[in-house]
Design a protein around this ligand. Structure first.
Ligand code: UDP
Ligand code: MG
Length: 327
């Protein structure tokens, strides 16, 4: 079984040498125990770093063929860098594991992941067992993030970042998702196949600074919701109905005032039109939005299904080159 580790790196010069060293130890141990093939590799994806990250990756590669490097032409963000790495290795690897370069993901969890893979899982999610080591702020925002995602209709695995194992056919299926707004944590569950969870304790960043300040985090959350769900549009329609309800209440109230003779001329009609028309406009926007949402999802050209296996006559020539074929 040929394993590829894929690590996106953005300005990670402080941690890379240490990460490389620890991964090498882990890979050597796995090879020695006969768990992975000796041609397994570690791929570092340089996401347009402005420091010496790429120089470090290049010299690691010179030093030992275990290390491979992929250099993006500029910074494209964590998700894109990760996808670039995964798609590069997908035809070479039997199985691949993505992880952060800052040693926050526990390297020893790799053993558990591989075990689940051998047990038949195509996707293994690394899920952090607790958030004790996080600051209160990070813990709070993270919780809100997952809650909001769920309520907005985007299916994600709770407390799972991008530390995960994927089999070659899961990668092949993932490659069929043609979207540009990339939110892997939401896409991978859509791929399907048997998936398992491995718990691990997430450490602190070994060195360097987080590349995800609050602004980027908010952007990431918005990206996640809007790329997976058109629920925000439905909220407009609901709001429209709510306002229409208010309009009815206002209508009753203002008619009572009118007949009691407690209004100035014209007030009733104006108040009624404001709320009534407001509600109708909102509903109409929601309806239009509903169609735009459909168009949006269509333009992603996502596969409608992924075939896991086909039990058929021996004689029937398979015209499916790959078991994971788009519909
Ligand atoms: N990363 C990247 N491109 C970016 C930002 C981050 O490739 O534009 C990588 C980074 O090098 C690291 C991983 O994504 O390997 C996670 O980033 P970080 O550790 O800064 O995020 P945090 O753990 O603080 O959420
Ligand atoms: Mg980190």
């Amino acid at each position: 079984m040929r394993l590829f580790l894929v690590l996106p790196c953005y300005n990670e010069q402080e941690v890379l040498p240490e990460t490389a060293k620890r991964l090498k130890e882990k890979m050597n141990a796995l090879v020695q125990n006969g768990i992975i093939a000796s041609n397994s590799r570690v791929l570092f994806v340089n996401d347009g770093s402005s420091d010496t990250t790429w120089e470090i990756i290049s010299s690691l590669h010179e030093e030992d063929p275990l290390y491979q490097g992929l250099c993006l032409s500029r910074n494209r963000g964590h998700q894109n860098a990760l996808l670039a790495g995964l798609m590069t290795v997908r035809e070479l690897a039997d199985v691949c594991i993505s992880m952060d370069a800052d040693l926050q993901d526990d390297i020893d969890a790799i053993d558990g992941m591989l075990e689940k893979y051998r047990g038949g899982a195509d996707i293994v999610y690394g899920v952090r067992s607790d958030r004790k080591k996080d600051s209160f702020f990070k813990r709070f925002t993270a919780r809100r993030f997952y809650k909001t995602m769920r309520s907005m209709g985007a299916e994600t695995v709770y407390d799972h970042a991008d530390f995960r194992l994927m089999s070659a056919r899961a990668l092949a299926a993932l490659s069929e998702f043609g979207e540009v707004n990339l939110f892997l944590r939401g896409l991978v569950p859509l791929v399907g196949f048997r998936s398992e969870i491995v718990y691990y304790e997430r450490g602190e960043r070994f060195a360097g600074e987080s590349k995800y300040p609050l602004g980027k985090m908010l952007h990431f959350a918005t990206e996640g919701i809007t790329s997976l769900s058109v629920k925000p549009i439905r909220l407009i329609t609901r709001l429209g109905f709510l306002i229409l309800l208010v309009a009815v209440a206002v209508a009753i109230y203002s008619l009572v005032r009118y007949f009691a003779g407690q209004t100035v001329p014209g007030w009733t009609t104006i108040v009624l039109s404001i709320w009534g028309i407001g509600g109708l406009i909102m509903i109409s926007l929601g309806v239009i939005g509903e169609y735009i949402g459909k168009i949006y999802l269509e333009t992603k050209h996502r596969p409608r299904y992924v075939i896991e296996s086909y039990l058929k006559d021996e004689t029937d020539e398979a015209d499916l080159a790959d078991p994971a074929v788009r519909g």
